[in-house]
Structures are given as C-alpha cells and as structure tokens.
Design a protein around this ligand. Structure first.
Ligand SMILES: Cc1cc2nc3c(=O)[nH]c(=O)nc-3n(C[C@H](O)[C@H](O)[C@H](O)COP(=O)(O)OP(=O)(O)OC[C@H]3O[C@@H](n4cnc5c(N)ncnc54)[C@H](O)[C@@H]3O)c2cc1C
Ligand code: FES
Length: 511
C-alpha cells in the first residue's frame, strides 16, 4: 500500500491519523488559540517573523507595540510545537549552573545572565497583568534538591549565589516533601504558568496591534529580502526574525550546526501530597517537578530522561520510568505524556541577534537550553531594540556569532553530534534485509535490494517505506518508538511514518 503526505493538514490532525494520541501535552488539550488562514497571495511587510512559538509571538508583539508593521508566518498551527510541550517554569534557576558559569564566563557576565532571566520573569508578569490573561500565572520558588549524593554541588552553587548576590535560601535539613531530600537550595520570586493560555492572550494583543498571522504557511527559503512559502507565495520584508526553534537558515558553513539537540519527556499525573512549587532533583536520574492546575485540584508534571535526539533506542522506556516515579512518590495516576526537544549551546546561553555581519537584516533567536520562557521575553525586547538601533544591556551577552569564538567547547559539541552520526552509520553496516522481522508498531532501517530504507509497520500490519536520509543535510534518521516518528540526530528534524515533516529545520518530506 502506498501512503503519502497529506499536505496542508495540521500536525494535530496528522497525530490523530498516525501517532499515539497520548503524546499530546496537557497544555494543548486544555487550551486553544484562534485559527488563522494560510497565506494565499504574495505580500510585502516591514518585519517578517517566522515561527509562532513563544519566541516568535513575543517578538511580534514587542515590534508591533513599537509601531512596526509585522507579519508572522507559522508553518503549522500557532503554539503547537516546543512551547506547547514545555514544563513552563519561568525561572532563573536553570538546574545547577551559576558555579560553572562563574568559572567559565566570569562574574560580570554571569550576573548579567541572572539579571536577564529575572527581567524575563518580570516582563511576563507585567504582560499577564496588563492584558489580564487568565493563564494560572503564579509567583513561586524554584528549588534544587539532593538526596544526599550531591550536597557538595549544591553548597558550591549556593556559594556562587552568594558571590553574585542572588537571593536564595539553603535548607540545611532539606524540605518536607514526598521526594527524599537532605539539602535544598531555594530561589524565591520565580514563576510558572499555562503557556498556551498565556500565548492565546498575547496573540489577541498582537492582533489588536495590527500583527497579521498566517498559519500552515511553511517558509521554505529566505534570502536577504524575501521569503518563499511551500505554496510558492512570496513575502518581501525589510527585516526578518527567524524564530523557528532550530533556525531555518540556508547559509552554507554556518555556525548554527554547533547547536546540540536534546530530547526530554514529561508525564502529567494526578495523585497525593503534591507539593506547590517547582523542584529539580540533582541526583541521577534527575527529575524536574512542578504542580499544575486541573479540574480536580492540582496535579504534578514530572520531567526527565534527557538524551541527545535520536541516540536512544527505546524512547518509550522514558515514559515508563517517569510514570514509575510519579506512582512511587505521589501515588500518581498518569493522565498525559509528551516529549519535546530543545537546542543546547556550549555556554548555556541563548543566541539572540543579527545572524552575522553579512546578513544584518536577518535575526535569529534560538538555543534556549531548555529554559526558553524567560529568555523569549528577554529576546523580544532585545530584538526590538536591535531593530530600532537602541542600546540593550544584553546585546553582546547573547550575540549569536560569539559561538564561533568558543573554539574547543563548540568543537566538543560538534564532535558529540558527529559521533552520534558515525555511530549510527556504523550500525547500518549490520542492517537487516527482511522487513517481515518487524513487529507490529515498530520501525527500523533495512537494506532493501541495496537501498537503505526506513520502514514502519503499522497496527494493521501495513509497511510504510521512506528514505532514511534527512532532507535537511542528509543525516540518517532513527525511529522514535515513543512517538512513532523518524527523528534526525543532527539538527532535530522529525518526520512521521510516511516521511511528512513534523518539525524543522527540514522543510521537505522524506522521499
Ligand atoms: C521537555 C522540555 C521542557 C521544557 N521546560 C521548560 C521550562 O520549564 N521552562 C522554560 O523556560 N523552558 C522550558 N523548555 C524550553 C522551552 O520550552 C523552549 O525553549 C521554547 O518553548 C522554544 O520556543 P520557540 O518559540 O523557540 O520554539 P517553538 O515553540 O518550537 O516554535 C517554533 C515555531 O516555528 C515553526 N516553524 C518551524 N519551521 C518553520 C518554517 N520553516 N516556516 C514557518 N514556521 C516554522 C514551528 O512550527 C513552531 O510553531 C523546555 C523544553 C523541553 C523540550
Ligand atoms: S536535521 Fe539537519 S540533517 Fe537532519
């Protein structure tokens, strides 16, 4: 049987057709955003924002607020990708990072970074109040916990906090929680929210400021003055902001390939003794925790099981491990599970600003290191200031091309990715030749008459054959058994069983 990509249907509908329903986040299920039509003619705008996640929407908002004419083009539906699959902690406490950052970046940069995150929290709080957005926004603490195995690391982090003047409390006896802990480091005045409800409010604010949104308008090419869509419509612009998560850039030899893509998993559970607050266990296996609001009271999100995208064989195991934790600690009954990926940088800071000196009208925002909420709010102001040639305290801290100067560290990430690819290629030498070996609902790479072929056997026993070579830059994809997708280890593109692109940077389906 031949299966083909259903062009133009939204990912959510495709999920209904092909993917496990459970892999839709609680945020997506419990809120909606107004629908917009696709672009059906050639247009011209002052500023084009590509990508409708938190980074794109907040940038569009700030620019429109500053009086610019803004168009936002979203390839699928607004807020259905990473931003709908986050834990949605809005915090400056990014695991244990300040001690390491102090050593690598020095005191001034580290303090500035902390300040940027606190500014991001403040900016989101102000928007929630200004537009009276009902999005479960709460000011609460964020806390790092150890069960005794990492007390020294927490104490060192606390010393860094003291040196930097970061407000905190070290709980020498730990906190009274269902999670075992002997020492806890609390950062007050952090926040959390429901990201889809928040952005629904911000989209409305954008529309009132004149932003034009187009959905199912996938940008397939961008040059210095024009973007082209998959429907072959053009958008002429003076400036473009690429907020597509992994940047959609067709410039050869760019430094963006230094970004490392990491996948993580989340389960949402309703249970007992769920604490109010945001927590992170620093001992292996690490768990990220926060409460969220349900119709019955509060539930808990348990996140973890991170790995470089497409480097783990049985991704389904991640959900089992997180569910076990939710059950053991909270007698939690898992109601939803989902996963997503984020871009990691060597210095743990995002890339926000002009792409490079040769492309001064092309701006990027990426590399959030799994903490994109506060940073996206900071990015929106920074990009607006850069476009208006206004000074901004964070311009040089987040300047994208700094990554080029990080030499050996950046090479280390490049090597890690390369190893992942080489490892995969080596494994291919032993590829199987008989797809009848596949179990139902399983995928794998086969040698079919000398041609490498990615094959998924669906629940009816039908085989779906596609090329395993990613249409971005040609790396070999790997089957993700948690979501029934083909994931690329190089820059994180994802494809469904019939090779349709689900997530970029690839914009073309697998052959
Ligand atoms: C499991 C997990 C947990 C996390 N938890 C937290 C947390 O607790 N706190 C926190 O601060 N951060 C967290 N993060 C990080 C945060 O969620 C992300 O950094 C953030 O959501 C990224 O937002 P974005 O707008 O850049 O990307 P996205 O939300 O992915 O938006 C990009 C958009 O661009 C669109 N697009 C892509 N290509 C094209 C194209 N060619 N043409 C048009 N449109 C295109 C996509 O369809 C998408 O809608 C977490 C991340 C993960 C993976
Ligand atoms: S995402 Fe770049 S090669 Fe696959």
């Amino acid at each position: 049987m031949v299966f083909s990509c259903k062009k133009g249907i939204a990912k959510k509908e495709r999920e209904g057709l092909f993917m496990k329903k459970e892999n839709i986040s609680y945020w997506t299920k419990s809120a909606a955003i107004t629908d917009f039509t696709k672009l059906d003619q050639n247009i011209r705008t002052e500023i084009l924002v590509v990508g409708g996640g938190i980074a794109g929407i907040l940038a569009a908002y700030r620019l429109a607020e500053a009086g610019h004419k803004v168009v936002l083009a979203e390839g699928r539906k607004l807020v259905q990708e990473t931003t709908a699959n986050t834990t949605a902690k809005i915090t400056a406490q990014h695991h244990l990072m300040y001690q390491e950052m102090l050593e690598n970046q020095g005191e001034d940069k580290t303090r500035l970074f902390y300040q940027s995150q606190m500014d991001g929290i403040q900016a989101i709080e102000t928007l929630v109040k200004q537009y009276q957005i009902d999005c479960d926004f709460e000011k609460i603490s964020s806390t790092q916990l150890t069960d005794g195995r990492n007390e020294e690391a927490i104490r060192k982090e606390y010393e860094a906090y003291e040196k930097l003047g970061i407000k905190s409390e070290l709980h020498e006896q730990g906190l009274k929680l269902p999670v075992k802990n002997t020492l806890a480091l609390e950062m007050p005045n952090q926040a959390q929210f429901h990201p889809v409800k928040f952005l629904s409010g911000m989209v409305e604010a954008c529309v009132n400021l004149g932003v034009k949104f187009y959905e199912e308008t996938l940008i397939t090419d961008i040059n210095k003055v024009q973007a082209v869509t998959d429907q072959e419509k053009t958008i002429d612009f003076q400036k473009v902001i690429v907020a597509t998560h992994f940047p959609l850039i067709n410039i050869k030899n760019n430094y963006i390939s230094e970004l490392q893509i990491e996948r993580s998993y989340i389960v949402a559970a309703e249970g007992m003794n769920i604490p109010v607050g945001m927590f992170q266990t620093v001992d292996e296996p690490k768990r990220s925790l926060r409460h969220y609001h349900t119709n019955n009271g509060i539930g808990v999100l348990v996140g973890g099981e991170n790995h470089i995208t497409a480097t783990v064989s049985h991704m389904d195991d991640a959900y089992d491990k997180l569910s076990e934790f939710a059950f053991e600690v909270f007698k939690g009954n898992v109601t939803d599970n989902w996963s997503a990926q984020d871009m990691m940088t060597v210095d743990r800071m995002p890339l926000i600003g002009a792409y490079d000196a040769q492309n001064p009208n092309l701006f990027i925002v990426t590399g959030f290191n799994k903490f994109g909420m506060a940073s996206a709010a900071v990015a929106a102001e920074l990009l607006t200031d850069l476009i208006n040639r206004r000074e901004n305290n964070y311009a040089s801290l987040f300047e994208p091309s700094r990554i080029k100067t990080l030499g050996n560290q950046a090479k280390a990430i490049g090597k890690q990715i390369k190893d992942a690819i080489v490892g995969e290629a080596a494994a291919l030498k032993d590829h199987r030749t008989d797809p009848s070996e596949l179990k139902v609902d399983e995928g794998g790479i086969f040698n079919i008459e000398g041609k490498l072929t990615a094959i998924y056997k669906d629940k009816q026993g039908n085989e779906h054959h596609v090329s395993p070579f990613c249409t971005h830059l040609g790396c070999v994809v790997k089957f993700n058994d948690a979501e029934r997708t083909w994931d690329c280890p190089c820059h994180g593109s994802r494809f469904d069983q019939d090779g349709c692109v689900l997530e970029g940077p690839a914009t073309k389906d697998l052959n």
